[in-house]
Design a protein around this ligand. Structure first.
Ligand SMILES: Nc1ncnc2c1ncn2[C@@H]1O[C@H](COP(=O)(O)OP(=O)(O)OP(=O)(O)O)[C@@H](O)[C@H]1O
Ligand SMILES: [Mg+2]
Length: 249
């Protein structure tokens, strides 16, 4: 059974058809890239999977269950976690405070008026582990708003991981990053896939990264599914070449 399954999904915004007749299966443990020219419908697809928007037609299933009528918050609890095309973190809080809120929320502790010593230690251990994985320890007391863009994205990634994703959706995780930051993020994605077995669907424009890490690639163009296959198959696909070359004027 696929972890994520879309059947004939469409989404209209007034007269605009952002997605049309998309069927897609992402098996457990796969690292899938989602690519396509600007406006192809990639972010809209994420919005449908995470319950931010509802499909106009068709169905999204996660772990065999329809996500219809399930709130975005409930889907987070079920393990569908996303990061955004524009980084979303608390800029006027420190890195540590950002992670503290995330961990307490993920553990359902954020509304408690006080935490027992054991709970506090649990929260602190989780934060330390996230800091280690993301190598953010040195920035613990820095304000998130003062970090380099790449480090902000790592904080966002740490927040996503605090929710223990089963399906991680990354919207252009390396956008606006320098070479070194891009390499770090790429290594991290590979680590989450290989070492932790997290199923990942990521939107990316950088072909070198996609061909380096993706198991399979899905190509959207103008709201339609243009092609799907291994990196080698996609590289050789004439329709994909036409869509991309057609976009360069
Ligand atoms: N909330 C909305 N209201 C109206 N139109 C929308 C909305 N969200 C997306 N669209 C439209 O749907 C289409 C697909 O947009 P989407 O943001 O999904 O593309 P994308 O593939 O993520 O593009 P990019 O690579 O630029 O991020 C576009 O024509 C966009 O204008
Ligand atoms: Mg987008």
């Amino acid at each position: 059974m696929s972890l994520l399954s879309l059947k004939n999904v469409s989404r209209h915004f007034g007269a605009v058809t952002a997605l049309s007749g998309i069927s897609l299966e992402v098996p457990q443990g796969e690292l899938r890239a989602l690519i396509g020219p600007n406006g192809a419908g990639k972010t809209t697809l994420f919005n449908l999977i995470t319950g931010f928007f509802r499909p106009s037609e068709g169905e999204v299933r996660f772990s065999g269950h329809s996500v219809k009528d399930v709130s975005p918050e409930k889907l987070v609890q079920r393990g569908i976690i996303r990061t955004f095309q524009i980084t979303e973190i608390f800029l006027d809080l420190t890195v540590y405070q950002n992670l503290e809120i995330a961990v307490e929320t993920a553990k359902g502790l954020n509304l408690r008026p006080w935490l027992s010593r054991r709970r506090r230690r649990e929260v602190r251990d989780s934060i330390d582990e996230l800091m280690d994985t993301l190598r953010l320890g040195r920035l613990s007391n820095h304000l998130a708003g003062e970090l380099a863009h790449g480090d902000q994205r790592l904080v966002e990634m740490a927040i996503a991981l605090s929710h223990e994703p089963k399906l991680l959706l990354l919207d252009e995780p390396t956008a606006g990053m320098g070479d070194e930051e891009t390499q770090r993020m790429t290594e991290l994605i590979r680590h989450l896939h290989n070492q932790r077995g997290i199923t990942i669907l990521f939107i990316e424009h950088d072909m070198a990264i996609i061909f380096d890490v993706a198991d399979r690639i899905t190509v959207l163009d103008n709201g339609r599914l243009l092609a799907e296959g291994t990196p080698a198959e996609i590289a050789a696909n004439a329709d994909v070449q036409a869509a991309y070359l057609g976009g360069v004027k």
